[in-house]
Ligand binder design. Structure first.
Ligand code: EPU
Length: 429
């Protein structure tokens, strides 16, 4: 298993190119199941989760062709996938595949909408909580899908097709919203979603579906209206930049000090997080190439932050902010309201010398003048990268174990940070 070795104490200076968003690329790839024609996706990040979804789609009979690099392109350009679900050969998504990546459960909606049936393994719990799928199932049921749960699988049937309906989400859910929008796109009649997720990835997928011939309005607001169509066609769409990757490197630069341009980063995708950085004393400058993050000398001010659905501060940046606040001049509070168990990084940050106390969903972080390197590991993607951020400012050597978590969601992390002056290397095996 690969590890990452970091020697802390180097400022970051330079440019970090931001990749396409993992959490848009995955549902966009899944949307390919809605049409017999080819969906071409540009700016797809090279990530383990993308490769895993390619295997899952392959199991349903989807052909995926990756375009070769064109002249002048570098590794910083995302890949282009040509995805063709001309013939779906299997409507089952087996446990072995779904258990490796929860988002693969989302194939439920396009399969039942287009094929009239889907048999999808329940994903089970994961490192950040129980993560139920009841609201995704509710959405398909509201649209007329008959649901049975058997042997750990969800069986969804709609032999005569789905029917538009009103779907009111009791809780904001990204996966539930993707599921409802995709299923409703091929349903007969109009669907109205209330309390829909407003995340930018929802808007990106809706934009792509509209290019494919869907009739979706209101994406990005609490109410989304989908007028079902008889069929969808192929389209070409570029994945939007990854706001979580952007925010992660913004926090890394804030941690080490320095001057970093987050190329292609779009401030409006993470305004709440940028506002927190400004409150902490970091200079944030939107430019026409991206977002510039500068911190020179001045210490970090502590902050009080609560995670919440978009447009509020994202849960996917909670661990990274906590790493940053371990070095603030004073006491910070971070409250996690989205996932009940997303504090796996706390114990590991403590190994680096951080002072953090947990009380239910609230963490109190008392800033310390210095962290010290140590061997650490994490059990999820965002927790792992928070350890990288802490290590960049810790004295001496930190080894981050279980790098496969990082590879799920951060493309060439050691390369991007190394090019800005971090002492970071991957140790293979
Ligand atoms: N929830 C339910 N029932 C459901 C679905 C969700 O109770 O049927 C609850 C969840 O347990 C959670 C809350 O609703 O408490 C929100 O969950 P949501 O459905 O929004 O999360 P998700 O769709 O499973 C996506 C991202 C996550 C991100 C969350 C929240 C992808 C592939 N995943 O998950 O990303 O944290 O939205 O923004 O888009 C990550 O990238 O590291 C990651 C975990």
């Amino acid at each position: 298993m690969d590890r990452i070795r970091i020697i802390g104490g180097h400022r970051l200076n330079g440019t970090i190119p931001i990749s396409g968003a993992k959490n848009a690329a995955l549902p966009l790839m899944i949307a390919s199941l809605l049409t017999e024609q080819t969906l071409i996706l540009d700016n797809v990040p090279r990530l383990a989760d993308v490769a895993q979804l390619e295997r899952i789609l392959g199991n349903h009979g989807v052909d995926i062709m990756v375009s070769g690099k064109r002249s002048g392109e570098t590794a910083d350009h995302g890949q282009t996938l040509h995805i063709s679900a001309a013939r779906i050969v299997d409507t089952t998504a087996p446990y072995e595949l779904v258990s490796k990546m929860r988002a693969s459960f989302w194939v439920l909606a396009p399969l039942v909408a287009r094929m009239g049936e889907a048999r999808i393994s329940m994903p089970g719990g994961c490192a950040i909580g129980t993560r139920p799928v009841d609201l995704l199932i509710m959405a398909v049921e509201r649209l007329g899908g008959k649901i049975d749960i058997e042997g750990g699988y969800v069986l969804a049937r709609a032999p005569k097709g789905l029917k538009g309906a009103e779907i009111v989400f009791p809780k904001v859910t990204v996966g539930g919203t993707h599921t409802a929008v995709m299923a409703a796109s091929l349903a007969k009649g109009t669907t109205v979603l209330e309390n829909a997720a407003r995340e930018p990835e929802i808007v990106d997928v809706a934009d792509c579906l509209n290019k494919m011939g869907a009739r979706i309005s209101g994406a990005g607001t609490r109410q989304i209206i989908v007028e079902g169509v008889a069929g969808l066609k192929g389209a070409r769409h570029a994945v939007l930049p990854d706001r979580i990757e952007t925010g992660t490197y913004a926090m890394a630069a804030a941690m080490t000090g320095g001057d970093v341009l987050l190329q292609n980063g779009r401030p409006e995708l993470l305004q709440a997080a940028l506002d927190v950085l400004v409150r902490a004393g970091v200079t944030v400058m939107p430019t026409n190439q991206g977002i510039r993050i500068v911190r020179n000398g001045a210490g970090l001010a502590p902050v009080d932050v609560t995670t919440a659905p978009f447009p509020e501060f994202p849960t996917d940046l909670q661990a990274q902010l906590m790493a940053l606040m371990t070095r603030a001049r004073g006491t910070s509070h971070i409250t996690e309201t989205i996932f009940e168990n997303r504090f796996m990084h706390v114990g590991e940050l403590t190994r680096l010398g951080a002072r953090i106390q947990l009380d239910g969903e609230r963490a109190t972080i008392e800033g310390v003048p210095q962290l010290k390197g140590a061997p650490v590991m994490a059990t999820d993607l965002r927790a792992s990268v928070s350890l990288v951020i802490a290590a960049l400012a810790a004295e001496g050597e930190t080894i981050v174990n279980r790098v496969y978590h990082l590879d799920r969601g951060f493309e060439r992390l050691e390369d991007k940070l190394g090019r800005c002056g971090a002492a970071i290397e991957r140790l293979s095996g």
